[in-house]
Every structure is written in structure tokens, then in C-alpha cells.
Ligand binder design. Structure first.
Ligand code: TYD
Ligand code: MG
Length: 464
């Protein structure tokens, strides 16, 4: 029998404690500890479990690796994010805010694979079979010509039975937060349940070579465990990002045991589901205003792919006692640092100015090579002076106001040249290491932020 005891679990990060805590010592969130009955995973129903997931140890030398262990979905943006297709027997967690499109893409993947002759089981715990059918109809999928099974089930032992009976190659669990294992007394969606269910499904995936997609809602608060508590269990973690109210969605791999991370796929949500966007740079720049101060373009690297994005800054005199600073899509601490460098090294007096920085298109930037673009956007907005037309800038800004080199400058410049950019300001060191020649774009190396500002505003004579 399950041996239960009471334990307090942080619903944000899964940290556990024997007593209730107001603030989680691991993730610093407040009021996130909830009392749960914790059943030791080793208890439960050992006999039944042993029968379901029986596997004997084998010698390393005897392990056979099959060649074709990836299935292409033919959704190019997704295959790239996964590192070249779905790996058989892997567990993929798809996280994201409610309503962002997790069920939609899962159904599209299911349809795609079933049409290619693979058996797929879609376990919809949140929506009825009829609702799923309606969604499929909206996406233009009839289901004929393939084996796509749908079941509305939340009991994990029954789901495992279906998997063992149908032997599908792909199983979608939509969502992991509604699935429950009856031997654990906590309610569905609690950390214990979510973790235990994911653990059992992972074992099942490994022993039956079934690929399992777990869908997890990102929750801001409340008693539902977020997908973060599962990140260490699964092989691949994909997050769906983007503004619910804009059409663009970015699928990002934050962990991938079978490919590189930070790879992104760009999709557009339309009336017939998610469509791939193969030229994201063009889309992100399409609404860029011409000849306006505070707008600078940078080529950031997202995984293996350069992406041109527009950084916008607005600087206006603060009407309150203190100056406000806001960053959307860019790290706030990084913004504070750049403002300090602009004040100290360039001499801009920004202390009484409100500063807002926004990355257009709803994309989030982590690449430090966007520093220079942010600094130039702020200085351009402050002086109300647009930067040169057709300019793309690259560079990390150091505390001394120096411009540091960026990785893979050539592929970034190439992307800018392709889209008709005429000038590129880049770190002097990056230019030195550049082997490629560019004909249509003029490259201007800089060593300091001061020089970059002068050149971008057209005040300095460009030195080749
Ligand atoms: P959904 O996949 O249900 O989100 P999640 O599973 O992540 O909660 O997506 C729901 C949203 O997408 C909803 O607001 C409706 C919209 N949508 C479209 O715009 N077009 C479509 O073809 C579909 C299926 C959904
Ligand atoms: Mg859903």
C-alpha cells in the first residue's frame, strides 16, 4: 500500500519542505507552497507496474542503435527545432501559456504523422472527442487515410493500457496537468501528480519506443504545477512564446538531448491553424517605420539561424519624481547597465528620463550582440535623431564602453545583405575574423560605443 505523508511543495519549481514556507528558498516565489499527500513513487502498485514496464539490463556492447530513429513531421520549422525530426522513444514537453496554440500544433503534428503512415494516439484530457474533431475540421483534417486515434481520458493507468494495446508511434498527452495516477492521493495538477505521471509516461516511452508529447500549461499562480517541474525528466523541452493577441508564435527548444538548444521555429496563427513562417526577418521588419528616431535593427542569432529584429526605444522626460525604465523582450538588468554606460561613458544625461525599450514582433532576445542596437536606439531616441537608413548593427557593449565581438558575424551580415541593408556597424574584432567578402553591404568596424554612435548618426566620416 502507498505510504502517504504530508509534505509542502512549491507549485512553481517543485521544491519540497516538511513545513509550510511563505517564500520558496529555491525560486523566491511567494505563497507557492501547498500541502500535498505525497506517496513515495516506489510504492503504489508495484506488481502492475512491473508488468507494464518490464525491461532487463543489457550489456553496453549489445545495445543496438537503429539508423532511422527519427521521424520527420515535414513541418520544417518544427523538425529544425527538434534537431531534425522526432526521435523515437523520446519525451517532448511542450509548454506555453493557455491559448497560445499547444493543442493546435499537437493536432497538426498528429495529423501529419498519421498521414505518413504512423499510428498516433491523441489523449485529450481537456476537450471532448467531439471538440477535438471540430478543431481537426477547422484545420482541414478529415482523419481519413491515416490512423489517428483520439480518446478523452485522464486516468494514467487507462492511458497506459491504451498505449499498450494500440502500440502507437506517437502519443500526445493534452495536458499533463489533468492526468492523474490513482494510487497518489494528491489532486490532478499538483506537483506530486504531474511529476509521477510524467515519470511513468517517460518509462513507458523508453521501453516501448513510443514518442510522447506532454503538453503543459505555464501557470502564473494557483495550485497547478507548471511545466518547469518536468524539465529534468523529459528529453526535450519546447516552449511556445508570443503574444496571444498577435498572430506570430515562436517555438523554442530550451533543452534538447538530441539537438541544439535555442533553435526556434516561427509560426503564424491563422483561421486554419498554425502556418510556418520561413522568412521571419522580413515579417519582423515589415512594420518598421522609416526615418524615425529610436529604431535600430540588429541580427540576433536564434540557434543556428540569424534573425533580423527591430529594437525600439522611447526616451521622454519623466513627469514623476523618479525615472521609469521598461524593457519588453530584452533583459531589464541589461537595459539598466546600458543606460549606466551611456551616462558614464558617453555623457548622456538620462537620469531624469523615462526609458522604454521594446523588441518589435514579440520576440525575446537573450543574445548579447543586441547590446549595441539597444544603446544606439536609446541614444537616437534621446537626441531625436534617426540612425542612418539601411543600417544594421552588431556588438556587445562592455562596461568601459568598448564594443566586444559577436559570434558568427558572417551569417548575420549575410541575412542583412539579403534583405537589402546597406551598412553594418560591427565590432572591430569581428571584422578581423571575417573570411567572407560582402559586396552590397558596407562594413564599418568600431571599437567603442562613442564611435558607433557617431557613425550611426552620420556625424563621423566612415573609416573602412
Ligand atoms: P489552442 O491550441 O487551443 O491553445 P492551447 O492548447 O495552447 O491552450 O489554441 C487556441 C487559440 O488559437 C484560440 O484562441 C483560437 C486560436 N485558433 C486560431 O486562431 N485558429 C485555428 O485554426 C485554431 C485551431 C485555433
Ligand atoms: Mg489546449
Amino acid at each position: 500500500m502507498a505510504k502517504n505523508k504530508t509534505i509542502f511543495t512549491c507549485q512553481k519549481c517543485g521544491s519540497q519542505s516538511a513545513k509550510w514556507l511563505g517564500k520558496c528558498p529555491d525560486c523566491n516565489s511567494w505563497n507557492s507552497f501547498v500541502e500535498e499527500d505525497y506517496a513515495y513513487p516506489s510504492s503504489g502498485k508495484p506488481k502492475e507496474r512491473a508488468a507494464l514496464y518490464k525491461e532487463e539490463p543489457v550489456l553496453l556492447k549489445d545495445v543496438q542503435i537503429k539508423e532511422s530513429n527519427r521521424i520527420q513531421t515535414d513541418i520544417v520549422e518544427l523538425d529544425r527545432v527538434l534537431g531534425g525530426g522526432i526521435v523515437k522513444g523520446s519525451v517532448v514537453l511542450v509548454g506555453g501559456d493557455p491559448g497560445i496554440g499547444k493543442s493546435t500544433i499537437s493536432l497538426q503534428i498528429s495529423n501529419q504523422l498519421s498521414q505518413k503512415g504512423h499510428t498516433v494516439l491523441y489523449v485529450s484530457g481537456e476537450e471532448s472527442v467531439a471538440q477535438t474533431k471540430l478543431r481537426a475540421a477547422r484545420l482541414g483534417h478529415t482523419g481519413s487515410g491515416g490512423l489517428l486515434y483520439i480518446v478523452n481520458q485522464t486516468d494514467l493507468s487507462l492511458i497506459a493500457e491504451h498505449i499498450n494495446k494500440l502500440k502507437p508511434e506517437l502519443v500526445i498527452i493534452d495536458s499533463i496537468q489533468v492526468v492523474f495516477e490513482p494510487s497518489i492521493s494528491s489532486s490532478a495538477g499538483s506537483v506530486s501528480q504531474v511529476r509521477e505521471c510524467a515519470g511513468i509516461l517517460t518509462q513507458l516511452a523508453k521501453t516501448t519506443a513510443t514518442t510522447i508529447f506532454l503538453i503543459g500549461h505555464v501557470t502564473k499562480e494557483g495550485t497547478i504545477a507548471g511545466p518547469r517541474v518536468l524539465e529534468h525528466i523529459v528529453d526535450t523541452v519546447l516552449y511556445f512564446e508570443g503574444d496571444r493577441f498577435s498572430a506570430y508564435r515562436i517555438l523554442r527548444a530550451v533543452k534538447n538531448r538530441f539537438g541544439s538548444t535555442n533553435e526556434i521555429g516561427v509560426f503564424e496563427m491563422g483561421s486554419e491553424g498554425l502556418k510556418e513562417v520561413s522568412n521571419p526577418s522580413e515579417i519582423f521588419l515589415s512594420e518598421r517605420p522609416k526615418n524615425v528616431s529610436g529604431s535600430v535593427v540588429v541580427a540576433v542569432l536564434e540557434g543556428s539561424r540569424p534573425l533580423l529584429v527591430e529594437i525600439q526605444a522611447l526616451v521622454s522626460r519623466s513627469s514623476f519624481g523618479y525615472a521609469r525604465r521598461r524593457a519588453e523582450g530584452f533583459d531589464f538588468n541589461r537595459l539598466s547597465l546600458l543606460v549606466a554606460v551611456l551616462e558614464k561613458r558617453i555623457g548622456l544625461s538620462l537620469e531624469a528620463e523615462d526609458i522604454f525599450v521594446n523588441v518589435a514582433g514579440g520576440i525575446k532576445i537573450e543574445d548579447p550582440s543586441a547590446d549595441l542596437a539597444v544603446a544606439l536606439a536609446i541614444s537616437s531616441a534621446f537626441r531625436d535623431q534617426p540612425v542612418l537608413e539601411g543600417l544594421m548593427v552588431l556588438g556587445e557593449v562592455g562596461l568601459a564602453g568598448e564594443i566586444r565581438s559577436v559570434t558568427q558575424a558572417a551569417s548575420r551580415i549575410n541575412e542583412a545583405e539579403k534583405l537589402g541593408f546597406k551598412h553594418c556597424i560591427l565590432p572591430a574584432n569581428s571584422l578581423k575574423n571575417l573570411n567572407t567578402k560582402f559586396k552590397k553591404i558596407e562594413l564599418t568596424p568600431v571599437a567603442t560605443l562613442k564611435a558607433a554612435i557617431d557613425i550611426a548618426s552620420g556625424q563621423a566620416v566612415k573609416s573602412k
